[in-house]
Design a protein around this ligand. Structure first.
Ligand SMILES: Nc1ncnc2c1ncn2[C@@H]1O[C@H](COP(=O)(O)OP(=O)(O)OP(=O)(O)O)[C@@H](O)[C@H]1O
Ligand SMILES: [Mg+2]
Length: 273
């Protein structure tokens, strides 16, 4: 089933799969004296949901910037379906099947929701004839179809986050990188958002999910990667990560009480992925 879904997405996105998925190997990135990433590895396959967590400043967004072509590593390799893409620009990265959302919303407030998604589709080479249908499909997938004709500046926060995901889906990516898509959502909104992410993955897209809501991460991810201080810290199934004593210590030790409290809150939820 997952393989069939992956095949369908590959056809839709036009990106060929050699089965190796998206691979990050030994990536380093420094901003002057700040070593944002020091030898980080990551893998993501189509149809898989991988959680990327770590305290504030751990390097998560920097890694997403590098994978999506908005930044370049000082060293290390990023491959997409076997092709090294380190030096590809963001637009080319998108054509090879990688799409992302931003930690801060990037909608055009003066356009309608539909237009926002259509513009994203057009930017990735979709024709004007195809764009409306793609916008409808992606808005439906994220549960925002009924908001299509609304002005983007007037959206409730939860809908705005969903439309951000629909925009990223407009390129019909094989790999989708979500940087804190659920920030600011209430518990009910997070639950249905999680369902939408599951559906996206079930249709064959690999999803990298960054979020500080550990309940969401443990609930929907197949694997979880923890980075701390720009380094590989821990990786495993939700069960393995939740039971690892060093996780809370990492949050407490390096990021303060707020993250630790979130971790502890979410730790009671049973993962079902
Ligand atoms: N463009 C930049 N210039 C200078 N320093 C940067 C830049 N981008 C990131 N950093 C630094 O790199 C480190 C990692 O930042 P990054 O934004 O990747 O962390 P994060 O894990 O996404 O954090 P958060 O959970 O708060 O979003 C931080 O110390 C940050 O201040
Ligand atoms: Mg970040």
């Amino acid at each position: 089933m997952a393989e069939e879904a992956a095949r369908v997405t590959a056809e839709v996105s036009g990106a060929r799969s050699d089965g190796s998925g998206l691979q990050v190997r030994d990536v380093c990135r420094a901003f002057r004296s700040v070593h944002a990433l020091s030898g980080v590895d990551l893998s993501l396959r189509r149809g898989e949901i991988v959680g990327l967590i770590g305290p504030n400043g751990a390097g998560k967004s920097t890694l997403v910037n590098i994978i999506s072509g908005y930044d370049r590593p000082d060293s290390g390799v990023v491959t997409v379906d076997g092709v090294t893409v380190n030096r590809h620009r963001a637009r080319d990265r998108c054509r090879s099947g990688v799409a992302r959302t931003f930690q801060q919303g990037h909608l055009f407030g003066g356009l309608t929701v539909r237009e926002n998604v259509e513009v994203a589709a057009l930017a990735t080479g979709v024709s004007r004839r195809e764009a409306p249908a793609i916008a409808t499909e992606m808005l439906t997938r994220v549960g925002a179809g009924e908001w299509a004709e609304c002005q983007a500046h007037s959206l409730p926060h939860g809908v705005e986050r969903r439309v951000g995901v629909a925009r990223a889906l407009a390129s019909r990516p094989a790999y989708l990188l979500l940087d804190e898509p659920a920030a600011g959502l209430n518990e009910g909104e997070i639950a249905s958002f999680g369902d939408a992410i599951r559906q996206i993955a079930a249709q064959g897209t690999g999803v990298l999910l960054i979020d500080h809501n550990i309940r969401l991460i443990l609930g929907i991810c197949h694997r979880i990667k923890v980075v701390v201080g720009g380094r590989n810290f821990l990786e495993g199934t939700p069960e393995e990560v939740r039971n690892d004593a060093s996780l809370a210590e990492a949050y407490l030790g390096r990021s303060g009480r707020q993250d630790a409290a979130r971790t502890a809150d979410g730790g009671t939820e049973e993962p079902d992925a």
